[in-house]
Every structure is written in structure tokens, then in C-alpha cells.
Design a protein around this ligand. Sequence first.
Ligand code: CA
Length: 193
Amino acid sequence: MRILVVEDERQLCDDIAEDLELERYTVERCYNGLTAWEHILVEPYDLVILDLNLPGMDGLDILRAIRQEKPELRVLILSARSALSERVAGLDLGADDYLTKPFELEELEARVRALLRRDFASRSAAVSVGALTLDAQRREITADGAALPLTRKEFELLDHIWESDSNPFSHSVRMHTPLCGKSSARPLDTTPL
Ligand code: CA
């Protein structure tokens, strides 16, 4: 499961990313709204954790754009805007969940689990094409019944290809094949604000 954390408070962004990495998610982080949107467009994320007040592009604008371009992508809004009207606006625009700062990381973890479980439950546990079988629940790919040794990153890539019926030589696969097996904890945007 691949998660993008978009938050310009760097310490908070890093804390969230590191916490979710400990929960065994593949996490990328971004401190700028526009850079985040550029990545969301081309990367197959399962969930975006999205702050609202962001440099580059406002969180609600990103959410609006996600709902137009990637309606299936789950979005959890994270914001200090605790006023009811802001919360309603976010949910009206299609956010899947909303967490008001400050919050406990444990609560965020629980909400992330719930959102991604929804995704998991909506798919059958195993799918087969020819001799290959991908079992999402056991996180295993077998060829003629024999398990293929795959890293977590490789499994997630294949899982995405399967899920989206996309061309296996698509942009995101070309970009990620050399990175297979490596955790991409590197920030996407390291330019100072
Ligand atoms: Ca912010």
C-alpha cells in the first residue's frame, strides 16, 4: 500500500511518514501542494494524506483536481481548519475522511487502516492470469503454484498493475523498476519555502 503525505510543516510531515513506515506502508512525503499534485497525477498511490493550507496549490484545490482525474483515490484531509464549514467543504468535495490538528498518531493510523481496508475488501483476495496468481491478502505471487520471491515494493507495483489493468510498460512502471526493493523515504520536494 502506497501513501503520499502532503504537509508543509516538515516536522509533522516527517513524523507522520516515519510512523506509517513503521506500520509497513510505503510512504512518500511532499512539502509543497503543486509538487504533490504533479506526483499524484502520475503515481499509483492508494491514499493521500492531505493538509489544506499548502504552498504552491491549496489542499482543497488538490482534492477537487483528484476527484476529477482520479476519483478512486482515497484522500484523508489533515488540517487545522477545525471550523465546521471547512470540514463540510472538504467532505463535500469528496474527502474520504478528515482529521483535525492536533491529533494523535495512533488515531491517524487507525483511520488509515480503515480507509485502506475498504480498498482491500472491495477486491477479491486472489486473481489469476494464465499461470500467474496474485494473492493480495497473503501478499504473494505464484507461478504454476510456486511462490515468486518479491520485495514489498515489487509486489505493490505488480498489485497496482493488476488492479488498474494498465499497460505494464506505463510511465510509472518505467520510473520505478530500477527502484524495486528500495524504500523511497526521500522527500519529493526539498526546496526551502
Ligand atoms: Ca499547512
